[in-house]
Design a protein around this ligand. Sequence first.
Ligand code: F6P
Length: 226
Amino acid sequence: ERTYYITRHGQSEYNLLGKIGGDSGISANGTEYARRLAKFAKEKIGTKTVIDKETGKEIQKKVPARLWTSTLCRTKETAQFIEHEEFEAEWDNGDKSLWVQFRQNERRNLDEIYAGTCDGMTYKEIEETYPEEFAARQEDKLSYRYPRGESYMDMTLRLEPLAHDLERSREPLLIIAHQGIHRILYAYFMGLTREEAPYVKIPLNHIIILKPHAYGCHEERVCLMP
Ligand code: F6P
């Protein structure tokens, strides 16, 4: 059974200012989230409780797990406390091999929607400076493309190759990315329409756990801090 853990980066300096896009670092609050996420990753994703064959007792066993981030500072900083360590992994068929748990894999197609000319502005500034653009986006959020930037549709297309890799990954996978990106990934797993995707709620400080099965996808949300 495949399990995906998707989360936004911890609160960024731009989140605090209400600015979109950019490449700011995380705030003190975001750093606290990063610490909690590392604990969660180690204990809940990278460890499994199994019965020891010799003693019959429950033991904690380290299991293979993957980590993907975008190429932006805020997701890499959110991953900073997650330990990546080589260990001897034991597979279901009894084979053993070396595996680097949570080896950080940066993917450009996980970068947030690029807002072009509006990058680094607040929604209020966009509304005041480019009222027609602001209105057009409200009219059709899926196809609206920021001047010199991207639309949700553009992001959907650039995420397609990644969806292929997602399906292939057998090990639990933690993806630290962004609000817009996770809306699309979430819609993909949950079978929502492209039109619904731009409105999915992906709050900060939560991990969304997705387990695809034959008839759909099971979802659980864990809040690591208020
Ligand atoms: O505000 C955080 C953020 O990730 C921005 O960088 C991005 O432009 C925005 O969310 C995407 O959300 P929406 O499509 O609702 O503007």
